[in-house]
Design a protein around this ligand. Structure first.
Ligand code: NAD
Length: 251
């Protein structure tokens, strides 16, 4: 029996990249998965159903309260509930790194709106359903950039710092409702989007060199930690951010 058997998981930003693999990993463990993104989720859903899992796809913009209301409704009525929420949606792999003094107010606001306020909006939308069900699990995808502040990504790094802060605050506010809220801080991960963006090329070598485990990080490296935080194995863990980065950051 899978570790997430009988559970329904919802994941944002999962049409492709790390999110699509996370969606499949949860389905492989028995969860019914609602795969959401602003992009078309058909191929991510297909990968799950081809492997014998249960998934539905849906267009959801995490900055749209209407979309989020529909997302919760679909999870409840089509998949039987909402036990696990993975906040993965983010503007990341398409970013062209540049010095902070070249980042416009509009670009800064956009990154904060999607990456940070989006988590706030999702949480506000899902929490009544989780409370009614007697509990739940939330896994926020933050970033190791928060700990070392890489040049060129100040707006993104600030947004992920906010995700870590929200993780702590929401964990405190939801502890008595049996909802555990934790985060994963991945290191530079060779997702399809990162591979396609030559803006990350100069970070790759130095990143690998400063890890304890000196190799490139793959999306698959995140899945064990995701399943731990999404399952009952982590029932007494909340408000934490786990670095999964080959030992680059020692906090
Ligand atoms: P990615 O940019 O390829 O994927 C992000 C997904 O979010 C995309 O599918 C995109 O369509 C979706 N998205 C963007 N705006 C959205 C919105 N408003 N509403 C809903 N969905 C939206 O990134 P990735 O490399 O697959 O990374 C996945 C997660 O891991 C992100 O949260 C990213 O910040 C984080 N992360 C990635 C790395 C890395 O090196 N790849 C490192 C640390 C953290």
């Amino acid at each position: 029996m899978g570790r997430l058997e009988g559970k329904t998981a919802v994941i944002t930003g999962a049409a492709q990249g790390i999110g699509s693999l996370m969606a499949k990993a949860m389905a492989d463990e028995g969860a019914k998965v609602l795969v959401t993104d602003v992009q078309d989720t058909a191929s991510a859903v297909q990968a799950i159903t081809d492997a014998g899992g249960t998934a539905l796809g849906m267009k959801v913009d995490v900055t749209s309260n209407d979309d989020l209301k529909a997302m919760v409704e679909t999870a409840r009525t089509e998949l039987g509930g909402l036990d696990i929420m993975v906040n993965n949606a983010s503007i990341f792999a398409t970013i062209k790194p540049r010095p902070f003094f070249e980042i416009s107010d509009d670009e800064f606001d956009l990154i904060m709106r999607v990456n940070a306020r989006g988590v706030h909006q999702v949480m506000r939308a899902i929490v009544p359903t989780m409370i009614k069900a007697g509990g739940g699990k939330v896994v926020n995808i933050a970033s190791g950039t928060f700990y070392y502040g890489p040049p060129g990504l100040s707006h993104y790094t600030a947004s992920k710092g906010a995700v870590i802060a929200l993780t702590r605050c929401h964990a405190r506010e939801l502890g008595d409702m049996n909802i555990q809220v934790n985060a994963i801080a991945p290191g530079l991960t060779e997702s399809a989007g990162v591979r396609a963006n030559d803006g990350f090329d100069m970070a790759r070598g130095p990143t690998v060199a400063t890890r304890s485990i000196k190799r490139e990080m793959l999306p698959e490296d995140l899945l064990g930690t995701l399943l731990y935080l999404a399952s009952s194995d982590s029932n007494f863990v909340t408000g934490q951010t786990l670095n999964v980065d080959g030992g680059k950051v020692n906090i």
